[in-house]
Write a protein that binds this ligand. Structure first.
Ligand code: AKG
Length: 294
């Protein structure tokens, strides 16, 4: 699928410079009320559906204390695969337009998720970087989060460490060699946690963080859930590297190019080549067919 009619948002030079330099952006009330209402209605469908569950499944991740009467959701996995409102929002809406502006051209969608961080203790996300979860051929991937409700300090807003996207890429395996999905304590000790910026804001506020940014969030101690709809895009000419992490299992729409076409130019290990067209959906022709057709 290619979505070519999406136009980039206009950002100021200062916003573009701040994103490059600090690795994140926050835009208050970026998504309008009508759009937010639609997103909340779509989200409610899954909260209701979760009442039938006694444990997590491939679509809905629920906390251990989840019940039909008092649902406690952690995540809706890949919202665009499950509801047309999410699909349109992610492929054509404000986050896609913003990613195009930040990346300066067509973009490639990677994946999306809706993190709920339920009220009364909804879970902490420990310090981590994203790129190790789904390495790409460059470091253009970024994640755009949209708060579906107002978020204050008590609710576990997203925390980012400015400039850390230009620093080391941390190992997120534990001492026994198991994937931990979070930085180890020794690496966390090297961080200046006082410099952490907490991205709170009214409903519709947007967070952007680069794939190498150190980030995480505290538990939600408030009486309201903190739904944060996250979507990840890269430049169209950046490609997920197969066989590592979530690449290849990032949802039905992963790989969709938005706002133009990929030129098939790809830089690997400092050398740029003009790669073959994308045959992943139709299947590749044979070399004989290609050579005899030209
Ligand atoms: O929900 C959050 O606060 C952070 C989410 C996050 O970093 C992730 O899911 O990778």
């Amino acid at each position: 699928m290619t979505m070519s009619s999406v136009e980039p948002t206009t950002l100021t030079h200062e916003q573009l410079r701040a994103y490059r330099e600090h690795g994140y952006l926050q835009l208050d009330s970026f998504v309008g009320a009508e759009c937010l209402d639609e997103l909340r209605a779509a989200s409610q469908v899954f909260i209701e559906r979760s009442r039938e569950l006694t444990g997590s499944n491939r679509t809905l991740d629920v906390e251990p204390g989840h019940t039909a009467e008092a649902p406690r959701l952690r995540r809706l996995v890949s919202p665009p695969d499950h509801h047309d409102t999410f699909l349109r929002f992610t492929m054509e809406g404000p986050p896609a337009q913003l990613a195009m502006a930040l990346l300066g051209g067509p973009i490639r969608f990677h994946h999306a998720k809706l993190n709920y961080k339920w009220s009364g203790g909804g879970e902490e996300v420990r310090w981590h970087q994203d790129i190790q979860f789904w390495p790409h051929t460059d470091f253009t991937p970024l994640t755009i989060g949209v708060y579906l409700d107002d978020v204050d300090d008590e609710m576990g807003p997203m925390g980012v460490l400015p400039g850390s996207h230009l620093g080391p890429l941390h190992d997120m395996y534990d001492a026994d060699g198991n994937w931990a999905g979070a930085m180890n304590d020794a690496d966390v000790d090297t961080l200046d946690l006082d410099a952490m910026v907490w991205l709170r804001g009214p409903a519709g506020s947007v967070t952007v963080h680069n794939c190498c940014m150190v980030h995480g969030s505290q538990p939600n101690h408030s009486i309201r859930a903190r739904p944060l709809l996250l979507q990840t895009y890269s430049a169209a000419d950046s490609y997920p590297i197969a066989g590592i992490g979530a690449n290849g299992a990032a949802g039905r729409h992963s790989g969709t190019v938005i706002g133009g076409r990929a030129s098939q130019l790809v830089a690997v290990d400092g050398r740029t080549m003009h790669g073959a067209p994308d045959w992943s959906r139709k299947g590749p022709p044979t070399i004989f067919g290609s050579q005899q057709a030209t």
